[in-house]
Ligand binder design. Sequence first.
Ligand SMILES: [Zn+2]
Length: 228
Amino acid sequence: MGLNRDAQNLSRLPETRASGFLHFCPPFSPLPVRTVYSSPAAALRDALRHAVERSGMSSLGVLHQGVPSPATLTGTDATAQAARIRRQLDRLAPLPRALLVVAYAPQALKCSCGARCCSGSYPNPEWADAMRVALAHVSTLLSGHAVNERLHRAVVANALTRTKETTVSLAQRCGVDRHTVATHVSIIEADLTGTRQTPGRFDHATTRIDALLREAGIVADEPRAQAA
Ligand SMILES: [Zn+2]
């Protein structure tokens, strides 16, 4: 049947395989359909929460759902809106796109399938993929330092989701000396979220998606009455 043959276009083919899900988990609350957002953050949060189940579903997500299909979108206005936002996001280069996904996609997806083996949530494969892209980049910044993926993962997530965590807490959580933590934090943060003088990669990504979403009429300062 070629389940993944048209995976690229699944977001435009709603309800492709809506039937036949035995262990289908409906993790999405209905997306509030809005024509215009006041910020790219709000638009991205909505879109990334809504249409996470797309092509490139990780094996973990597949296992959890018990079905080998990436298609779980339903044909609604909300889906169309999420697709419009994602189309702009997909115009960015892989790294800036990944940074925005790490910042605004849910890290875990809720699941209400009720299966005995289900813990009620599972890692969002889209977020995990984006984090992998971010970590590959970060490792190039720290080539002279010992690789500690656990630490880098925590620092990247904290920086992009604006989460404050002390170096002591990070050091304990990742089993690393806190001076090492401080060094890695300052290098990673300077690159991603910038310094007082210089914007970081995440700032540039935000500027770019803001421009694209405004150009597409999805983000605007003044809410407009009419659909674009
Ligand atoms: Zn489940």
